[in-house]
Design a protein around this ligand. Structure first.
Ligand SMILES: Nc1nc2c(c(=O)[nH]1)N[C@H]1C(S)=C(S)[C@@H](COP(=O)(O)O)O[C@H]1N2
Ligand SMILES: [Mo]
Length: 431
């Protein structure tokens, strides 16, 4: 990918590389099509960005960027998200907007690697199951609903790069702070049931997932991301092929009309706009499966150290982590009392405890810990703390998993900035 491809629209237009920007938004601008009509994938992206349909989009001349976009972060059907990049669209949720036990669709983060498909229509959407199976299948969403048990579960999805913004030296990529995580209700069928119906051949070791989004380059057939998981993980009963998010159609930017949800592992395993799963007898090698993508060093490294490809391993389960969602950092209390609320989660494990400190980690108190709605749902915690006198405090939260692993104070640095599970700190002033 060239440096230009990585730049956002605002930047490109600002640097007056208008043609390039147009090409990215409107598609290739040929001589006949000099005006770069806004349509197709460009229109989908632009519509999502401005937060409404654009009735006169076809009149929009090349080089124009909607006025509404200047300084705006509105995305249709999303509320209060922070835009990190517009091409591809990436937006995270501020922690205090993640306070709900079940994340509303309006607050579910967006992590796109490419350009979403133009049509999110469930009618006629087909999912192919093939590769090393006894009986390759092509299933409509109606077929999925008819032939398999439909279940609803609250499932945590966290991007592998959540927390990247805090790495020093910095890591390239979207500078996620804390909000590339969500726990929505997902309705669908179990991946396990569908794979078993197709008949998993004995030599299968890995899945491969394919979605209908296209690469930023616009090259036909070039995928932006195609990841997979070991077949043992794929057979976990909590992985869903989902067609509903919080009881409604999936949000277009969260993978409508059909997506995988593989909770507990990097969000990238949860293919959006899912149209094919194939089974393989080798570790899948699709885009973002190879090289250093979604991999961390398999030995301790120093911050900034250059690590060779062979010393990286594919990330499996996400680490133990917690997030304080109330109060909002920077808040004040006039009676010294602070009601703390948040969530904790840990890859394939559950949470055993969450501890809270108001004295920079010198002493800790146990938070009340809720039970998960189901395995792979985050667990809520709450605590009431009294600040002894007026002044500046930090509230820290530290989760411990059922396997006895706790969150660290500092980031275990890695070159690509993955898996930052250091403790969440918020500032509170007693006034
Ligand atoms: N087809 C497709 N699926 C995808 C992606 C993508 O770019 N294309 N991004 C992945 C990544 S990296 C993450 S973290 C999750 C994010 O899901 P969300 O955008 O619904 O929050 O989707 C995953 N599934
Ligand atoms: Mo991700």
């Amino acid at each position: 990918m060239s440096g230009k491809d990585k730049q956002g629209l605002f930047e490109l237009y600002e640097k007056e590389d208008v043609e390039r920007a147009d090409e990215l938004v409107f598609g290739r601008v040929s001589d006949q099509n000099r005006r770069g009509f806004l349509r197709g994938a460009g229109l989908t992206t632009m519509t999502a960005l401005v937060g409404a349909a654009i009735p006169f989009a076809a009149n929009m001349p090349a080089g124009f960027i909607p006025v509404a976009l200047a300084g705006e972060d509105t995305i249709t059907g999303k509320d209060g998200l922070t835009l990190l990049n517009d091409r591809p669209l990436n937006a995270e949720t501020p922690p205090h907007l993640l306070n709900d036990e079940i994340t509303p669709t309006t607050r579910h983060f967006i992590r796109n690697n490419g350009i979403p498909p133009e049509s999110f229509s469930p009618d006629g959407w087909m999912l192919t199951i093939d590769g090393l199976v006894d009986k390759p299948m092509k299933l409509s969403i109606a077929d999925l609903k008819k032939n398999f048990e439909v279940v609803t579960e609250a499932l945590t999805i966290e991007c592998g790069g959540n927390g990247r913004a805090f790495f020093d030296p910095p890591a390239k990529g979207n500078q996620w702070t804390l909000g590339a995580v969500a726990c929505s209700n997902w309705t669908g069928v179990r991946l396990m049931d569908v794979l078993k119906a197709a008949g998993i051949k004995d030599n299968v070791i890995y899945t491969a997932h394919v979605g209908a989004d296209t690469h930023l380059s616009g090259k036909p057939g070039k995928l932006s991301l195609s990841r997979g998981v070991p077949i043992e993980k794929a057979l976990n009963p909590h992985n869903l092929i989902a067609f509903e998010q919080n009881g409604e159609a999936i949000h277009p930017m969260n993978g409508a009309p059909l997506r995988l949800v593989v909770p507990g592992w990097p969000g990238s395993c949860s293919q959006k706009w899912l149209n094919r799963i194939y089974l393989r007898d080798v570790v899948h090698d699709g885009p973002k499966m190879t090289g250093k993508a979604y991999r961390t060093p398999n030995r301790p490294v120093e911050p900034g150290e250059k690590v060779e490809k062979k010393d990286f391993d594919i990330i499996h389960a996400m680490p133990v982590k917690s997030l304080i969602t109330s109060p909002q950092t920077g808040g004040t209390t006039s009676n010294g009392v602070v009601e703390i609320n948040g969530h904790a989660w840990s890859g394939d494990d559950a949470i055993a405890a969450v501890d809270i400190s108001i004295d920079f980690g010198a002493t800790w108190m146990k938070a009340n810990l809720g039970v998960a709605a189901n395995p792979y749902a985050w667990q809520n915690f709450n605590a009431r703390v009294s600040l002894p006198k007026k002044g500046y405090y930090e509230v820290w939260a530290r989760a411990t998993s059922t396997t006895g692993v706790a969150q660290p104070h500092a980031i275990a640095w890695n070159p690509k900035g993955y898996l930052n599970n250091s403790m969440h700190r918020i500032a509170v002033r007693s006034v």
